[in-house]
Design a protein around this ligand. Structure first.
Ligand SMILES: Cc1cc2nc3c(=O)[nH]c(=O)nc-3n(C[C@H](O)[C@H](O)[C@H](O)COP(=O)(O)OP(=O)(O)OC[C@H]3O[C@@H](n4cnc5c(N)ncnc54)[C@H](O)[C@@H]3O)c2cc1C
Length: 378
């Protein structure tokens, strides 16, 4: 039986751990404990299920398949308390019509309405500044409570009797005779394995370097201020993608919010307390019933992702036994690419959906020394 170590128990590591265990692999998942403290990227993510932002047909297809995979997973692991498939609404964005119609031409379900109808019938409580503004309703979108999903996946992996999860920092991928033999931990222990899956998110580049497979110049990062608010107002039914604010429910009496404009100010160095106030002003404008909103938590969350846009997912042939799973939009894509990476590890066969995601392609440099095109944000 194959033994694998998965480094990272964020959404990507939890998905691959679950699928490896399901496929009969003895799997040991190591995590620094950031996840259980609610501090990893997955826990602070906006965590929208979406294919809306994808710029090319190939990446759109992957994201749409990712949303479909969530539906399947919710059926397999029912009741799916983490899954909130309520749809989303987008309005007031530059090039909204052109962009949305392109998505529709690729097969995405889109309904158009106007702000007056959206604010009275679809999501009462949302204030739109212009009642005639076109609103795109995207019924297949939603959001995920990622920490809950991660917990369910790791528990289901444990139930197979083949998976263990441990709080430990992996420092080095151990190689013997040119192939993976395991992982060394910060306490000096070696966990032996035939395969390693690097799903360490922000820690992925350090671990890759220890395997002789540098990844840092292939990665980019982006920071965003994400706030969880408490309010007596009902959360919106849809995930809201408005011109000044993104909002979703986050459980009873809770909202999660972020704003592209606020993130621009964050990058320009405006102090975080000022930006939190700015977010609250935007919330009260868009959701007038949430005037009592108070901040439960505000964090600057940083996403680390492959610069070229495609996920970095699968085996790296130069280092036999070494596999990688580092991605943008990891909440949307985690269950799908976690399954595909696990299947590739077990069968040696690569699913066509991963053809553009090969780890060796993420490492291709231009003559300027950088990886190819920069990546748009998730
Ligand atoms: C503000 C923001 C908004 C976002 N919005 C969306 C969105 O709406 N939709 C979407 O799909 N995606 C979104 N994303 C992206 C998504 O959140 C990430 O792609 C995803 O969470 C990455 O998951 P991960 O498992 O790869 O990494 P993480 O969640 O960071 O997990 C990595 C884990 O590895 C562990 N680790 C690291 N190094 C080691 C080591 N050496 N040894 C052991 N453990 C280690 C860490 O402790 C951590 O728990 C957003 C991200 C951000 C920051």
């Amino acid at each position: 039986m194959t033994r694998a170590v998965v480094v990272g128990a964020g959404i990507t590591g939890a998905c691959v751990t679950y699928h490896l265990a399901r496929l009969g692999v003895r799997v040991h998942c190591l995590d620094t404990g950031q996840g259980s403290r609610g501090e990893n990227t997955s826990a602070v993510s906006f965590a929208r299920l979406s294919a809306f932002q994808q710029p090319t047909a190939t990446r759109f297809r992957l994201a749409a398949a990712g949303i479909a995979e969530h539906r399947r997973l919710a059926g397999t692991l029912a009741p799916a308390a983490w899954w909130h498939p309520g749809g989303s609404m987008a309005w007031g964005l530059p090039d909204l019509t052109e962009h949305t119609e392109r998505l529709r031409s690729w097969g995405y379900r889109v309904r158009w309405t106007d702000a007056a109808h959206a604010g009275s019938a679809l999501d009462p409580g949302v204030r739109f500044t212009d009642p005639r503004a076109p609103v795109a309703v995207l019924p297949d979108e939603g959001w995920v409570d990622a920490p809950t999903l991660i917990g369910v996946l790791l528990a289901a992996a444990g139930d197979t009797g083949r998976a263990t999860v441990e709080v430990a920092r992996a420092t080095t991928v151990v190689l013997r005779d040119g192939r993976v033999a395991g992982v060394r931990c910060a306490d000096g222990r070696e966990v032996q394995a035939d395969a390693v899956v690097n799903a360490a998110g922000p820690g992925a580049a350090t671990l890759a370097a220890s395997a002789g497979a540098p990844l840092d110049s292939a990665l980019a990062d982006r920071s965003s201020l994400v706030a969880d608010l408490l309010t007596s107002a009902r959360p919106p039914r849809h995930v809201l993608r408005g011109p000044t604010l993104h909002v979703r429910g986050a459980g009873r009496g809770r909202l999660r919010v972020r704003s592209d404009q606020v993130d621009t100010s964050l990058a320009a160095g405006v102090p975080v307390p000022e930006l939190v106030e700015d977010l609250l002003v935007r919330v009260r404008r868009m959701l007038p019933r949430a005037t009592d909103a108070t901040v439960a938590r505000a964090v600057v969350a940083t996403a680390v992702f492959p610069r070229r846009g495609h996920p970095c997912a699968g085996a790296l042939p130069a280092v036999p036994g070494y596999h990688e799973l580092v991605t943008n939009s990891g909440v949307t894509l985690g269950p799908l690419i976690g399954r595909l990476v696990a299947e590739e590890l077990v069968t040696g066969q690569t699913d066509p959906l991963l053809y553009d995601c090969r780890p060796q392609d993420a490492r291709v440099r231009t003559t300027s020394g950088r990886s190819p095109s920069p990546v748009p944000p998730s």
